[in-house]
Write a protein that binds this ligand. Structure first.
Ligand code: DGJ
Length: 548
């Protein structure tokens, strides 16, 4: 009997340890960190083009792995296609996934899997042929004239059951082949879901649900979080007198925003069930992503209704507690705005897709520095033809050197980031060439390098995007890593005391140890007046200040 107890205890503790080391999210003083093998992990990522990982030879032949290695990525986002893992109903093959994991391991890369199941960009193009062809069993979204769309309806139990079954098989397989090594660190459930071109599904089951009472779970959530609800949801509910029962139009009013809420709830429920079932087997962090929109664009027509967008964030949080966070795919210019919106309600920031262009690298600094980001990942990463020169690789090199400090000082609020970018937003030029960061006793005034005014290139019309991360490691000691910034300093709250440079060293971290290089003085600091990382340089400088 004693022996049996001992075996049970041993088994339980072993399972607990294994459970603990599964990649997971950890909250520490308001900062959410992704933990991989017991250590905080920043995803320096890139997403592969949609079809790249559908053939192992192709994947290898595109120099994919040497490119991502040259760009200092530590993680690749890769699609897993339902149509290829369950070509025949009930017959599963994971050889493609096994091959991808094998290739990733050979190159010391981690993976985030993108589950292309019921939906990819609203459409059900990745469901297996046997699902596509049997529309009786797997019903579609309909418009108000009864026309069908190539989109599975989220109101069908059969659709959910089939997707869930395949996803659970996937997670079982993953646990078996990767439960120890943790090459796969996170899973995206579906891809950019939402209804288009209508603002809601009009299939028979959707119509019934629309006239049914708003589920109590959503009402309860709204009551509990009333003070923090996103303003547009709060206003819609308030306008209806904060009703706690009634159908969707009674509780939220008539109009397309109510359709958005309604669809968000049902996509959220569907994906929650998938994530929950998958996590029950193997509880990796899981998230959803959304396609964004420009000001003035129309719901349904220009962007998908029910998508995990900021204005329905509360609805998603209520509907899908098994989904750890919502993520923006940023292809639009207003980067800061979207980051602000996606960090409301304590949502950790992970950017699974971004244009790979000249401004991308500096946005990585901002994501990790200013928003405590979990990760950053430009799309179609293998499409670059200049992996060694790609600015993103230079930025990732800096972030990766600083990552241990970022993770350590983040929970203490001693990490920040700046971004200087100019862009067109419907013809309007935005400028932000100066940002103040306060840390400890000091105020840092960061400016774009070209504000110095004495650089001939500064006359160019379009200044390159620049940015940096700053970390405070001691009362007077700071590390600044980035590109194209000039930094001056002040002592906070004093008219008489000034901040001066005790010393500035350029350098690098090797295996976490700081190795100083050039002593930066003379012209490099304008005789002690500033710290500067010129445009086109990617650098880390250790800055020690004093007061006089
Ligand atoms: C966003 C999608 O999520 C990606 O899979 C890809 O289709 C890109 N758009 C293409 O720009």
């Amino acid at each position: 009997m004693k022996k049996l107890l001992w075996v049970i205890l041993l088994f339980c503790s072993h399972t607990a340890v294994a459970q603990q080391t599964i990649p997971h999210l950890q909250q520490k003083s308001g900062a959410t960190q992704l933990m991989v093998d017991g250590e905080p992990y920043l995803i320096l990522g890139g997403e592969l083009g949609n079809s790249t990982a559908s053939d192992l030879d192709y994947l290898k032949s595109q120099s994919t792995w040497s490119k991502v290695t040259a760009m200092n990525l530590n993680t690749v986002l890769v699609s897993v296609y339902w149509e290829l893992i369950e070509k025949k109903e009930g017959q599963f093959s994971f050889s493609l996934l096994d091959g991808i994991i094998h290739q990733a391991r050979e190159h010391d890369m981690k993976l985030v899997l993108l589950w292309f199941g019921s939906w990819k960009n609203s459409v059900s193009s990745y469901v297996p042929g046997w699902v596509k062809k049997n529309q009786e069993r797997f019903p579609r979204v309909e418009d108000n004239k009864g026309r069908h769309y190539e989109m599975l309806t989220p109101f069908s139990k059969n659709n959910l059951k089939a997707d869930k079954k395949a996803f659970v098989k996937l997670m079982k397989h993953l646990k078996k082949v990767d439960g120890e090594k943790h090459t796969v660190i996170m899973v995206q459930v579906e891809n950019e879901v939402g209804t288009t071109p209508m603002t809601r599904d009009y299939s028979p089951k959707a119509n019934i649900a629309f006239n049914n009472p708003v589920p109590a779970e959503l009402i309860n959530y709204m009551q509990k979080h009333k003070k923090e609800l996103v303003p547009v949801l709060y206003k819609a509910w308030k306008k209806q007198g904060f009703k706690t029962s009634g159908n969707w139009e009674e509780v939220f009013g008539e109009g397309s925003y109510t359709d958005h809420i309604f669809m968000a709830w049902y996509y959220g429920r569907y994906m929650n069930k998938i994530a929950k079932a998958g996590k029950k087997i193997y509880s990796l962090p899981m998230y959803v992503n959304a396609a964004l929109y420009r000001p003035g664009e129309q719901l349904g027509k220009d962007y998908a209704s029910g998508a995990p967008l900021p204005e329905v964030m509360d609805v998603w949080k209520a509907a899908a507690p098994a989904i750890d966070f919502l993520s923006p795919d940023i292809y639009l210019p207003n980067f800061k705005k979207w980051c602000e919106l996606y960090t409301r309600q304590g949502n950790p920031l992970f950017i699974p897709e971004h244009h790979l262009n000249n401004s991308t690298a500096t946005k990585a600094f901002y994501t990790f520095g200013h928003y405590n980001g979990i990760g950053f990942s430009p799309f179609s990463i293998e499409s670059t033809n200049r992996p060694k020169e790609e600015p993103l690789g230079k930025a990732y090199n800096i972030i990766s050197q600083l990552s241990h400090l970022i993770s350590k000082y983040r929970p203490q609020g001693k990490v920040d980031g700046v971004l200087f970018n100019r862009y067109n937003w419907y013809g309007m030029k935005y400028r932000n060439d100066s940002t103040v960061v306060k840390m400890g006793e000091y105020k840092f005034i960061f400016k774009h390098d070209y504000t110095l005014g004495w650089l001939p290139e500064a006359d160019e019309k379009d200044w390159p995007s620049t940015g940096a991360i700053i970390i405070q490691t001691g009362p007077n000691t700071f590390f600044i890593g980035g590109t194209g910034v000039v930094v001056t300093f002040d002592v906070i709250g004093s008219d008489t005391k000034k901040a001066g440079i005790l010393r500035v060293d350029e350098g690098k971290f090797v295996n976490g140890e700081w190795q100083p290089g050039r002593r930066m003085n003379g012209d490099q600091t304008n005789q002690g007046r500033f710290v500067r990382i010129p445009v086109h340089d990617y650098d880390i400088q250790r800055v020690e200040l004093y007061q006089y």
